[in-house]
Design a protein around this ligand. Structure first.
Ligand code: FES
Length: 132
């Protein structure tokens, strides 16, 4: 049914997101963070050693374009919404029980067992992302 399909995916204009900023959009009732990473944030994410990760995953396997990180904004511990630009790894911090995520949305410290989930998405063009 087409109305269900229409709700299943959303298109987001990303042209106004400045470097270092993120926006939160709602997709299927969940927050999704779209973050335009700085060069420093990208570098940190790419240079992290796999042995330092709780849920090892290369940054390149978590992004389609290194400048843009798109993650579901739901802590993988018990589902709180983490806060951007916070925590010991300057990615996201979940205040509920203290989970620290890095600039790739990977869990680095605290009780969350896995990285922030990557939703299905694609770039429609340079200014638009389709989620879902
Ligand atoms: Fe995020 Fe528990 S829900 S740390």
């Amino acid at each position: 049914d087409s109305s269900v399909k229409a709700l299943a995916s959303i298109e987001v204009d990303i042209s106004n997101i400045q470097e270092g900023k993120e926006i939160t959009v709602l997709w299927r009732g969940k927050p999704v963070f779209i973050k335009r990473r700085t060069k420093e944030e990208i570098q940190k994410a790419e240079q992290t050693s796999m042995k330092d990760l709780i849920d090892p995953q290369e940054d390149k396997d978590r992004v389609k374009k290194s400048e843009w990180l798109v993650v579901v904004g739901v802590c993988t511990h018990l589902g709180c919404v983490p806060i951007g630009g916070k925590g010991e790894y300057n990615g996201w911090f979940c205040p509920c029980h203290g989970s620290h995520y890095d600039t790739s949305g990977r869990i680095r410290k605290g009780p969350a067992p896995t990285n922030l989930e990557i939703p299905k998405y694609e770039f429609v063009n340079n200014n638009k992302i389709k989620i879902g």
